[in-house]
Design a protein around this ligand. Structure first.
Ligand code: B12
Length: 438
């Protein structure tokens, strides 16, 4: 069968030829299983572990966590409002509170149908606007420099303000438009699909809300450009970029009202690829799950412009079309077998270069390997807690500097798609930690 034949066969088996972005039908049990993974995280309400994207993901999904949802939002409010009201200067606020997280918190408020209002709301909005102004200055007049933090958080912040119907200055939007128009979301020669998709979501919100009417045509064109670029990244398995960038890409593509066979086909294929993974081993990362849940419910962050505020949340246990999670259900923990595997840990970016063979039980995470190396083989490392999990910040006493990071690779040169807490090395693998600029 030729490739066209294979594609038509695939579409036939998916049930339809579509010309808008939709994914194949999703079994509600599958969605429930995904939702179950979030429950243990909802019980962790220490400041470090609280993650507004969990709340947003749940509210945009067909999964409900009953009273836990309200309690979680309450904990989020305590954390973010305390921090925002407690900081004294702009710099103090930035260290106490990463601005991207503040933006996600604003999405969470909107997901509960609240608008940022009053003294606290005004503080939130002005902090985020100030952050965008600082980032805009860092990018510079000629757009040649980089934002201090990232274009991802730049897009996310515009989106958060937009769903609250808060207008940002045209000059702020123009920086993001320029970045999409001039391929600035590329990293080491590859498009950062997440960054492009986040910019696309911000534009889709601005287009619908018409908050920057002078830029309307440019925004519409940028949306098309972003769609085109993301479609080009589709892999033979169907993912946009790769498996972990597909959820956000699909959220963005689903916002498009464009009727286009190429778009419709690409979304069906990407959806089918994600569903196959869900059926097989699923997603473990809580941030990934919370990004994917809206997609499975045909929703995106842009729906937070007008969230469904009338629908009851989880009072009776069988709301039509929804799945209410039972907190008592056990989540199977990751099993480690008694087999021992051999992993080589290599760090060429330090003097003298580090290289050691480490033995760990099969099924151990890369973090387990690092711990073992630290315990027994003179290795040292540091991490910081983020919404995606532990992020490697220093290795052998060497801290990653500004616009640098410790990249995780499988030798000789394959970039890992997961962080240290989730990646499980196979027997005989060599893992390299490489200090690179980004
Ligand atoms: C920007 C970005 C980066 C930047 C971060 C620096 C910066 N100043 O922003 C750079 C380029 C350094 C980076 C590095 C990596 N990244 Co990255 N990154 C992102 C991106 C696009 C946005 C993150 C963000 O701002 N989130 C919003 C804010 C509000 O949340 P936050 O928790 O405060 O953000 C921090 C963390 O996300 C952290 N971070 C960034 N990447 C990663 C990856 C992991 C595993 C962890 C634990 C933390 C982390 O940096 C952010 C700023 O401090 C996300 C996409 C996404 N959908 O989240 C991918 C993403 C999180 N990264 C990913 C990966 C795989 C990596 C790497 C492991 C790649 C590699 N092979 O080395 C490394 C991390 C290695 C390490 N040292 O631990 C994956 C994680 C997938 C998964 N299964 O969990 C994502 C989801 C992209 C994707 N779709 O595959 N990343």
């Amino acid at each position: 069968m030729g490739s066209l034949g294979a594609l038509l066969f695939l579409l036939g088996s998916l049930g339809a030829l579509a010309d808008v972005c939709e994914i194949p039908h999703v079994d509600s049990q599958l969605v429930e299983r995904m939702g179950q993974h979030l429950l243990p995280w909802m019980n962790q309400i220490s400041q470090e572990q609280l993650n507004p994207s969990i709340y947003v993901g749940l509210r945009l999904s067909s999964v409900q966590a009953g009273d836990m949802e309200a309690f979680y939002l309450h904990s989020l409010k305590l954390k973010y409002q305390q921090n925002i009201l407690g900081c004294t200067s702009s710099d103090d606020c930035k260290t106490k509170l990463p601005m991207g997280q503040l933006a996600l918190y604003m999405l969470a408020l909107r997901a509960n149908c609240e608008f940022a209002r009053g003294h606290k709301g005004d503080r939130l909005v002005s902090q985020l606007k100030r952050f965008l102004e600082d980032e805009k200055k860092a990018i510079g007049h000629n757009h040649k420099d980089y934002p201090y933090v990232s274009y991802y958080q730049y897009g996310l912040s515009i989106l958060a303000l937009c769903v609250h119907q808060k207008r940002v200055h045209d000059s702020v939007v123009k920086k993001l438009l320029y970045a999409v128009e001039h391929d600035q979301h590329f990293y080491q020669g590859t498009l950062s699909v997440d960054t492009e998709a986040m910019a696309g979501l911000a534009f889709a919100c601005l287009e619908r809300s018409n908050l920057n009417p002078n830029l309307r045509n440019r925004i519409t064109l940028a949306i098309r450009t972003a769609i085109g670029k993301i479609l080009k990244t589709q892999t033979s398995e169907g993912h946009f970029g790769h498996v972990y960038s597909s959820p956000l890409a699909l959220q963005f593509l689903m916002t498009s009202p464009m009727r286009d066979m190429e778009l419709g086909t690409a979304c069906l294929k990407a959806g089918a690829a994600l569903l196959a993974i869900l059926k097989d081993r699923g997603f473990q990362n809580v941030l990934m799950i919370s990004t994917l849940l809206p997609v499975l419910n045909h929703k995106s962050y842009v729906d937070l412009i007008s969230p469904d505020c009338q629908a009851p949340r989880a009072a009776p246990s069988s709301l039509l079309g929804t799945v209410v999670l039972e907190p008592a259900m056990e989540i199977p923990s990751q099993t480690q077998s008694s087999d021992v595997i051999r992993v080589t840990l290599k760090v060429p970016s330090v003097l003298p270069p580090y290289r050691h063979v480490i033995f760990v039980p099969a099924g151990s995470s890369l973090e387990d390997v690092l711990k073992k190396a630290q315990e027994l083989w003179g290795f040292t490392y540091g991490t910081k807690a983020t919404l995606s999990g532990p992020y490697l910040t220093s290795v052998m006493g060497k801290e990653a500097g500004e616009r640098e990071f410790w990249q995780l690779l499988r030798a000789p040169d394959t970039r890992l798609l997961q962080g240290i807490a989730e990646y499980t090395p196979k027997d005989g693998e060599t893992i390299e930690l490489r200090l690179v600029s980004w």
